[in-house]
Write a protein that binds this ligand. Structure first.
Ligand code: DAH
Length: 329
């Protein structure tokens, strides 16, 4: 029986089904032969019917067997195709990326360099004169307690802010100048928004006479914050720093809620981002400057970065969590 060979050679389930219709369907030879049985004399009819049934049974079985075989074949092909070789070494190229703190730092520095500020650095280990006294924070000044200082045995300390670079700069340069001092600072602090080491960028502008005014300060700060955060309102709030007079803290309209009030801005609609003011005469006196004016500002890089990149827990940035850091490609 040739049909059996044909069935065995069917190359796919579709081809097999077409064959099934052809061999056993309503218009097949077997179906017509069954229909023709009634025209046969009874004794012949019985013999012929038995023959047809045997043939139909053989074909049906052959088709079922082939069908099972083809299905198994397709399954194996699919399994083989989808298989994952877990032992295969994948030479994936992973791109590193700048840490969000470095990125924010670079962005801040770039802005001020473009504004003709020069870059200054100072030591991480300071003495009391540079970190406190010259900045109008005498020994028993209560403002020293705002800063939880790491002291060393020899009376030196880890700088608590970048403001001492103001002192180094003024002691070694003559006005006029515009400088920024980025770098690490240290305080005994650890919670959602504080780590014992963090970064600040200090700014100082000094010129002879009364050339520098609060308006100059306001202009540069508003322009910088607009560059950094985009178009959010900026406000100056009267505040106190020992090294500036008058002093202000600067807020931007909350970038999370647009000023409506939320958890991030503690329902005030504002986020505090930096401190600034006109350099206090006592600071100029400490470095021997006379007849000059200037402004200064200081900002926390972590604070700016976590706001800009919307990081809830500052500490997470220092845990080396690649899943987190990879989001800042
Ligand atoms: N040094 C201050 C701090 O660590 C920040 C600061 C405020 C710096 C006002 C300034 C300034 O230069 O004018 O919190």
């Amino acid at each position: 029986m040739d049909y059996l060979t044909e069935i065995n050679e069917a190359s796919s389930l579709d081809a097999l089904d077409r064959l099934r219709v052809e061999l056993l369907g309503k218009k097949s030879r077997i179906a017509t032969s069954f229909a023709a049985l009634r025209d046969l004399p009874p004794e012949e009819r019985q013999v012929k019917a038995a023959e047809l049934n045997t043939e139909k049974e053989a074909l049906t079985q052959a088709i079922e067997r082939k069908k099972a075989e083809l299905q198994e074949g397709e399954l194996q092909t699919a399994i083989a195709k989808e298989a994952i070789d877990v032992t295969l070494f994948e030479a994936r190229e992973e791109n590193g990326s700048l840490h969000p703190i470095s990125r924010a730092m670079e962005e801040i520095i770039e802005y001020f360099l473009q504004m003709n500020f020069e870059l200054r650095t100072g030591p991480l280990i300071e003495d009391e004169f540079h970190n406190f006294e010259a900045l109008n924070l005498p020994k028993y000044h209560p403002a020293r307690e705002m800063q939880d200082t790491f002291y060393m045995n020899d009376g030196m300390l880890l700088r608590t802010h970048t403001s001492p670079v103001q002192i180094h700069t003024m002691l070694g340069a003559k006005p006029p100048f515009k400088m920024i001092a980025p770098g690490a600072v240290f305080r005994r602090d650890y919670d959602l928004t504080h780590t014992p080491m963090f970064h600040q960028v200090e700014g100082l502008v000094v010129a002879e006479g009364k050339q520098i005014s609060f308006a100059n300060l306001k202009h540069i700060i508003i322009d910088f914050l607009t560059h950094f955060f985009g178009n959010f309102p900026v406000r100056f709030r009267p505040s106190y720093f020992p090294f500036t007079e008058p002093s202000a803290e600067v807020d931007v309209g909350c970038i999370f809620c647009g000023g409506a009030g939320c958890r991030m801005c503690k329902n005030t609609g504002w986020l505090e981002v930096l401190g600034c003011g006109m350099v206090d005469p006592n600071v100029f006196k400490a470095v021997g400057y006379e007849n000059v004016s200037g402004y200064a500002f200081g900002m926390g890089v972590e604070r700016l970065a976590t706001l800009k990149y919307r990081v809830g827990d500052l500490r997470s940035l220092y845990e080396g969590d690649l899943d987190l850091l990879e989001q800042f490609q």
